[in-house]
Design a protein around this ligand. Structure first.
Ligand code: NAG
Ligand code: NAG
Ligand code: NAG
Length: 690
């Protein structure tokens, strides 16, 4: 909802300007207005990468959960899971990807709100899993450029960083973690600690992941402290980062394997403290995600395993453990309710770690001098892996529709877990890999815009509508001039050509930091954070109810839970849908009521209705308020025609009430599904509402 400031956000277009209206309709259908001024538009000569780029913005939109007065957070699963933070649905392990993607969103609200939420949250669920939140928030700042926003997060970041002392072994100067708490159950350390019997829990080890995360977090804290003028804090965290780096390089590098690997922390009958694990894992590339390793020929050897088909590279992408491991791909755990296979990290292809490795590789190719990795990895490596990664989004074996799930079999490309919760899963990045890798915008805190495009072999691409340090940026590549009429690379800043090049090469242009557009922030008053049936401690209000007897309270809550998505999942594979669905229409009206629990000013609302599969929008609707005990129609209503699989914005003369209800008539013989009903106090008729 960019609201009244929308004019300030309009694209300044030049050169091969993309047709946003047509692209928006193609990729987002009736929901296009949400995206038009929020996302950079992109096209390329690789249609799968282009299609997945837009699909990943749908993922981003689906996972923005409006918490009302607390603003937005980004979620990992499209529905509640038992191990999330309640009642927000926050999970810390995915935040790295959420900020990587959000940093390219033209609407800053999502990343600013989410960072503020983390900063204010209680410590417990913030460290449910290992995390690199501080460095991820900082990396988003590098695109955004607003110093005052990042500086105020410093104390919260330090508190979270310091709390990890409970996973620190001071005798080694390294952090250890149970693989399950690293969001990667059934790794070599946990399976071997169980003597090959299991590996869901246990197997604490000194892992490249948590140590790199803490290295990155320390670097971020030091940089933010420097911005805040807190020199001694900066020195302290720089020293901690240096110590972690030295210990990772000295102790987690195994020269036999030429790889960073875990060392065991726990003692069992099968493993002993400080043993190296017996095999390479993909997590061994994570140190480059935050530029931890020195640029040496020794460490560069790790990259020689990446594209080796006997090691990490499977037919459809990267394995998390090599096939030589004794328990490679052995299935240990199944979902109790369905019997379907559960998550494991003993070989499956995980978009989660594929994203980390691609981001790490882009770092290596950008600022590790080529002498150490020359002949080992290059831009072609990056593009080969990015294309494979785009490919697995298509769910070929289930009909070829776009659906990123939890994990895959690298030999067949089939999804492995396939539970309801697995669909449209936001525990990976893709947009960021296109923009900071393929197109190659390399964010920094300098007053320059540096690009290092890795899109080798693409005959053309164009990205426009990036807001970088408050400036409008577009990039265009045309290998022979046949696409856009101008051969070569063009960098546009605020609609002017800032640099050109005949080849795809690293290029920097000066840029002046300026305040990015600040979106209007409607506060939703209607969000019911959690259903009482599943979370008895949930705030009592707001609460939804319906005129239909015996409605499922979880589905009633769905319609005011702050999430909007319109994905239609095949009903033979999944049972999940979002929103409250009416019984089949008979021509009579039904209602959905929100009880705010106290007098609330209401002026307008956002309605999201699903269409498809026996479901269509109501034939009529109106809003009623409980005024002095009677249901009365709101005054001066503006009720536009309902949009299917998109947003309808209705408004009325401000009325203060404790209860509001939406009265509507589903089409005869079809049901209607209310995906979301958000009620606002601070938007009025005439506000531009997208
Ligand atoms: C494991 O055993 C070693 C001695 O072999 C001991 O030093 C270490 O503290 C033990 N570790 C744990 C986590 O119990
Ligand atoms: C690497 O780890 C293996 C255990 O998997 C161990 O046998 C080997 O000695 C280690 N290499 C070095 C140089 O320590
Ligand atoms: C209107 O709200 C009041 C509480 O504020 C409630 O007692 C009353 O039953 C409601 N009226 C109707 C018609 O639902």
């Amino acid at each position: 909802m960019l609201g009244a400031t929308v004019t300030a956000l309009l694209f300044v277009q030049a050169y091969g300007a993309l047709d946003k209206t047509t692209l928006g309709q193609k990729y987002f259908g009736n929901d296009a207005p949400w995206y038009l001024d929020r996302v950079p538009f992109f096209e390329s000569s690789d249609s799968a990468i282009t299609d997945v780029y837009y699909y990943r913005w749908q993922i981003f939109r689906a996972h923005q959960r409006d918490l009302g007065s607390q603003g937005y957070i980004t979620t990992e699963f499209i529905d509640d899971v038992s191990w999330q933070g309640f009642p927000s649905a926050f999970l810390d392990d995915a935040t790295q990807f959420h900020f990587n993607e959000a940093r390219w969103c033209r609407d800053r609200r999502f990343r600013v709100d989410h960072a503020n939420f983390i900063s204010a949250a209680s410590q417990g669920f913030l460290r449910h899993f290992s995390e690199n939140m501080a460095i991820s928030v900082y990396n988003a700042y590098l695109v955004d450029g607003v110093r005052s926003d990042i500086v105020q997060l410093l104390d919260g970041m330090r508190t979270v960083f310091d709390a990890w002392v409970d996973h620190f072994d001071s005798s080694k100067g390294l952090y250890y973690i149970e693989p399950l708490a690293d969001a990667t159950e059934y790794t070599i350390s946990s399976i071997d600690a169980s003597c090959g019997e299991d590996g869901f829990t246990g197997g604490e080890s000194f892992r490249p992941s948590i140590n790199t995360y803490q290295y990155g977090n320390a670097i971020a804290i030091a940089k933010i402290a420097t911005l805040a003028g807190q020199t001694s804090v900066a020195d302290d965290y720089n020293a901690r980062a240096a110590a972690i780096k030295a210990n990772v390089q000295d102790f987690l590098w195994n020269s036999t394997y030429e790889h960073f690997i875990d060392r065991i922390y726990t003692n069992t009958s099968c493993v002993t403290y400080w043993d190296y694990i017996r095999g390479r894992e993909l997590v061994g590339y994570v140190p480059w995600l935050h530029d931890l390793p020195d640029d040496t020929a020794t460490f560069a050897q790790a990259w020689s395993h990446l594209m080796d088909t006997n090691k990490f590279l499977g037919a459809y992408g990267l394995r998390t453990v090599e096939p030589s491991y004794q328990y490679y791909m052995q299935q240990y755990r199944y979902d109790a309710a369905t019997g379907l296979r559960e998550c494991q990290w003993n070989g499956p292809l995980w978009p989660y770690q594929t994203s980390q490795v691609l981001a790490a590789l882009a770092n290596v190719l950008d600022h590790y001098p080529v002498t150490s990795t020359e002949g080992i990895v290059d831009a072609d490596t990056y593009m080969t892996l990015l294309k494979l990664y785009a490919g697995i989004h298509y769910n070929e074996k289930r009909g070829g529709y776009l659906n990123i799930e939890e994990d895959y079999d690298a030999a067949t490309g089939d999804p492995i877990v396939g539970l309801d919760r697995s669909s449209h899963y936001f525990h990976s990045s893709f947009i960021d890999l296109v923009i900071s890798g393929l197109v190659g915008i390399r964010p920094s805190d300098d007053e320059t815009l540096t690009i290092n495009p890795l899109g080798a072999g693409l005959s053309y691409f164009r990205l426009e509508g990036v807001i970088y340090h408050g400036n409008e940026v577009a990039l265009q590549w045309d290998s022979d001039g046949s696409k856009y009429g101008t051969r070569g690379l063009i960098i546009e800043v605020n609609g002017e050509v800032a640099a050109t090049s005949s080849t795809l090469q690293r290029t920097s242009v000066p840029i002046t930091r300026t305040a990015p557009p600040q979106p209007l922030e409607p506060i939703s008053k209607s969000i019911q954070l959690q259903n009482f049936a599943t979370y008895p401690d949930a705030p009592a209000y707001p609460v939804g109810s319906v005129s239909v007897a015996d409605a499922d309270p979880n589905k009633v809550q769905d319609a005011i839970d702050g999430r909007i998505w319109f994905f239609a999942l095949p009903t033979d594979t999944y049972t999940i849908s979002h929103g409250w669905q009416t019984p089949t229409g008979t021509g009579d009206s039904v209602w959905y009521m929100i009880d705010f629990g106290g007098d609330t000013v209401t002026t307008s609302c956002e309605l999201a209705w699903f269409e498809g599969d026996g479901v269509d929008v109501p034939v009529s609707y109106s809003v009623e308020a409980n005024v002095s005990g009677d249901w009365v129609s709101v005054s001066d209503p503006v009720y536009p025609d309902l949009v299917a699989n998109g947003i309808t914005y209705a408004s009325w003369s401000s009325v203060t009430t404790t209860q509001l209800r939406l009265v509507f008539t589903p089409p005869t013989s079809l049901a209607s599904r209310l995906v979301e009903w958000k009620v606002f106090s601070n938007l009025v008729t005439g506000d531009v509402f997208t």
